[in-house]
Design a protein. Structure first.
Length: 127
């Protein structure tokens, strides 16, 4: 069963992506420390998609009712994640993992920053 992610982890993910793309934001960035709306919105979308992707990975692992419909849904989520990254976070790429024991979606960023033990990328906390 999927675990609920703390609000702190959600905010840390958004803040990490904000810092990563702060240089490219120019004058649109709120210098008071506020979130840049398009990146924050993209992060929320990534977390929502990540939660579904994680549930599907768990279903697949447990062989519960996993069929063609679920495989198509996984493919759809992967395409949506790539589309979000391409439009909101240039240079970022998604790494998908079918192992539900960890984060199933990680984002590689141009700086090479990571927050996972495998040094793969920045973990999407709900995945």
């Amino acid at each position: 069963m999927a675990q609920r992610v703390s609000q702190r982890l959600r905010f840390e993910f958004i803040a990490a992506m904000q810092r990563e793309y702060k240089a490219g934001l120019g004058q649109e960035h709120d210098e008071s420390g506020g979130f840049h709306a398009p990146i924050a919105e993209a992060c929320r979308d990534l977390m929502r998609l990540g939660a579904t992707y994680g549930r599907l990975a768990e279903m697949e692992c447990n062989d519960e009712r996993f069929g063609t419909k679920e495989e198509r849904r996984q493919g759809s989520i992967e395409r949506s994640v790539q589309r979000i990254l391409k439009s909101a976070m240039p240079g970022a790429h998604a790494v998908f993992s079918g192992d539900p024991r960890g984060n199933t979606i990680k984002i590689t960023v141009p700086s090479g920053r990571t927050d996972d033990w495998g040094d793969t990328g920045i973990c999407v906390p709900t995945s």
